[in-house]
Write a protein that binds this ligand. Sequence first.
Ligand code: FES
Length: 157
Amino acid sequence: MSTLEYSELTLEHFQNPRNVGVAKDGNGYGKIGEPGCGDICEITLRIEDNIIKEIKFRVYGCAGAIATSSVVTEIARKKSIDFALRLTDDDVVDYLGGLPEGKKHCSLLAIKAMQHAIYDHLFNKRLEQEGNTATKTQFDQLAEETWQEIRRRAQGN
Ligand code: FES
């Protein structure tokens, strides 16, 4: 696939992106920037009982970033947190029938932003439950434990 060739499905998602905006009553927020090109993706979601009930995105970026963000929200919507954490950028590229070589990194933006939004949700839940983060060390430890949980669940453990 050459640099400027997008699949029909990619162009369709670019022209009619799904799930644009901010999730109502959201309880998870993630924002990721791509230093190479300066593009930014923001994801908000509402999780209830481990299920992503609503997921929305806003992107400042290229056609590939818009299309892949749209696809990530479509795939993850109404699915479990664990399912969403196991999604990879390759899944997104495959779903779209490929992306031009120079645009493959775009598919990482929404995946990473979604991981951060899930992290935000799980971290705040821990904070509510444990409520014992009086010091920075305790706060950092809670953050590290949450990332460990994210990595574990992403591997299906
Ligand atoms: S060129 Fe920056 S995300 Fe696509």
